[in-house]
Ligand binder design. Structure first.
Ligand SMILES: *[C@@H]1O[C@H](CO)[C@@H](O)[C@H](O)[C@H]1NC(C)=O
Ligand SMILES: *[C@@H]1O[C@H](CO)[C@@H](O)[C@H](O)[C@H]1NC(C)=O
Length: 127
């Protein structure tokens, strides 16, 4: 009786963890692995692939009818007030990778990878 209820508790905890770990795919802003291939020569015979992390997901945005003070100050043009956030990288880390090309000595390069994500101000430009 006792053992059965402990087992049931453990099972329901495990199920809760399993469900929780599936949830991030849809909601929120989370770390996401992707592979990059680094080529050193134009022919591409010397290359290596590394797994890095990005932040991917969903953050809240909203649009409200503007407050009357905003309406009046803008001559009734600014009639919608929008707020939005983007999935952003809150912590980055440098990783050193080695690229070995033929007989030459290995070359070390530094790449950036995401360590933590959060919904934050949108930065629209990529470059
Ligand atoms: C990245 O590459 C590794 C090894 O080749 C592979 O197992 C993994 O599935 C790849 N990951 C992604 C996100 O493509
Ligand atoms: C809100 O303002 C824009 C111009 O600033 C106007 O074109 C639009 O019709 C307005 N919307 C409403 C619902 O009045």
């Amino acid at each position: 009786m006792m053992a059965a209820s402990v087992l049931a508790l453990v099972l329901s905890l495990l199920l809760a963890i399993a469900c929780w770990s599936h949830e991030p795919a849809g909601i929120g802003c989370h770390l996401h692995s992707f592979n990059v291939t680094i080529k050193r020569d134009p022919g591409g015979s010397c290359h290596s692939t590394h797994t890095l992390q990005a932040c991917v997901g969903y953050c809240e945005s909203s649009a409200f009818p503007s407050k009357y003070s905003v309406l009046r100050a803008s001559g009734f043009k600014h009639n919608i007030t929008s707020v939005s956030q983007c999935c952003a990288i809150s912590k980055m880390q440098k990783v050193k990778v080695q690229l070995r090309c033929g007989g030459s000595r290995p070359e070390t390069m530094e790449l950036f990878t995401a360590k933590a994500c959060q919904c934050d101000m949108c930065r629209l430009s990529r470059y």
